[in-house]
Design a protein around this ligand. Sequence first.
Ligand SMILES: NC(=O)C1=CN([C@@H]2O[C@H](COP(=O)(O)OP(=O)(O)OC[C@H]3O[C@@H](n4cnc5c(N)ncnc54)[C@H](O)[C@@H]3O)[C@@H](O)[C@H]2O)C=CC1
Ligand SMILES: CC(=O)C(=O)O
Ligand SMILES: [Mg+2]
Length: 600
Amino acid sequence: MATTSATQAPIAHHTANLGSISSHGPQSPIAHRAKHTLPTAHVPNRSAHYDTSLSIPVRKYLQTYGLTPPRAESYEIQKKRCLAQLALKSTDIERFLYLSTLRYNNVHLFYRLLTDHFTELTPLVYTPTVGEACQRWSEIYQQPEGMYLSFEDRGHLSNIIQNWPQAHVEITVVTDGSRILGLGDLGVGGMGIPIGKLALYTGCAGIRPEGTLPLTVDLGTGNKALLEDPLYMGSRREKVTAEEEKEFLDELMAALKDRWPDIVIQFEDWKNPFPSLERYRHDYAMFNDDIQGTGAVIMGGIIGAVKQSGVAPKDHRAVFLGSGSAGVGVAKQIVDYFVKEGLTEEEAKNCFWLVDSKGLVTSDRGDKLADHKIYFSRTDNKGEQYKTLDDVIEYVKPTIIMGLSTIGGAFTPEILQKMGKWNDRPIIFPLSNPSSKSECTFEEAISNTDGRALFASGSPFHPVTYNGKQYHPGQGNNMYVFPGIGLGTILCKAVQVTSNMIYASGEALPTMITEEEKDLALLYPGITRIRDVSARVALYVIRAAQKDNVDRLHSLRDMDDATLEEWIKDKMYDPHKETEELENELRDIVQDLSVSSPRL
Ligand SMILES: NC(=O)C1=CN([C@@H]2O[C@H](COP(=O)(O)OP(=O)(O)OC[C@H]3O[C@@H](n4cnc5c(N)ncnc54)[C@H](O)[C@@H]3O)[C@@H](O)[C@H]2O)C=CC1
Ligand SMILES: CC(=O)C(=O)O
Ligand SMILES: [Mg+2]
């Protein structure tokens, strides 16, 4: 983002310090005073100063001349080489590692590539490949890219956080690795998720890379295989208790805010994220992506799906397979939407049948329901318990099926065919990640409903040709909203992320769908327009923050929407400009000095 940590020093300032250059480019005092300080100063070899597009005079000035091949080349050539190298890899995990190394070595080039090839590269940086990366983290580990804080560090978190070398962190994504996608407890291997999510923060919403902090807390793991794996890089302790986790998080949250008072904190992929959300949401600019981000993004897709189905909100019957953080978060957000459409809260709530591993969630099922399930527990089942998804489907005859269960293939052809039989436009959202956990594939949804399914999945699927017609899937993934939620919160300096801000993020999505996309029954805007989508989401988030009076940058209140949206876009980090600006800035300095490096 535009809130760069370095100041734009006048040329005279650089001149005065020229004589003191004593080390190579990345450590050079001049480099530190230039606008473009190293994005990741903590990793000495990760430097835009070695970019092969820099001109010879600039290389000489930076004292990197001779350290890269002689030709100053264009970005187009760099890109061609990167894509060719990527094509040489034979597995997705190799491609993931290649891209991680590129990000480490030349952060701007990585983001140029990502933003130019979003559709192809996001699945390698994010779901599904990041899932395998997390599973194999201790095997494939190469370089530090975030912070690891352990339970053993309690009492010292504030001091340890000082080790993070970037002065201005704007946003962190924090996980304990205990529920990584639908893959279970992966311990510190979960670090792939904060790194991947924050890469999308930069790629989708233009948060400057050096303003992001991937954070993994090692609170032990219940994964026995990891504990016995000699390569496992986390502590060998069982999971700490809920009380110990709470005390640790109290300290962590205070320590983060102490060092970076404006920091936005995103919780991600925690097995039981409800207590921390309730505990911190009023005192910190924080949100839980799995409950709230997912709720908003799926509500955004459902707005279009309900319209296209031709069925009024009150007549929808939604069966949710999965009643965890995401299932309950999504159902609650759609309740809010139905209420906005005129239903009472009770009427809206009655449109939902939630299913967990024990069957339909009812108030008389005989087991003690987790707190988050109680709101949706059915009381109209007349003592009958429905143990399987098939039973529930037959009982409810739904118009909507949502999968947030981690059970790949749970939406069987029989279930999909019934959905096609009962509905003109069945709404089918298999949302579990990664692809292997998706409750059905796009092809299955299309072929079992004669192409009539209104579809969105958590992980991406390719278009499908059925009976000679091409169908395009939607991706109902929180990546459509969390970058904009974070961006909006940062830009308006909100002190909280309110429920209205979350709701607004979902409402923003349908406003970005083109007429052409509507004609294709698409429920989400094209992923290639994700930067514009994130700017629109940020606009909606800022407006909601203003209404809730939690914003602190009041000057934004006076801007009309179009002006504010442009202002937001202007604040976004643009990787395409970075290297060029570095080149231009330093070339100006070189010309002004009329000298090249003191070494030549
Ligand atoms: N598309 C998206 O943007 C998002 C997708 N997700 C995905 O949703 C899935 C669930 O995530 P969370 O809700 O956070 O996990 P969770 O662990 O909180 O909930 C999982 C739920 O699935 C239920 N379940 C497990 N086995 C079952 C079975 N055999 N039959 C019926 N229900 C079963 C559990 O009882 C629980 O209610 C994950 O795969 C995750 O990747 C989560 C967040 C965002
Ligand atoms: C997308 C996401 O946040 C998840 O699958 O957990
Ligand atoms: Mg998640």
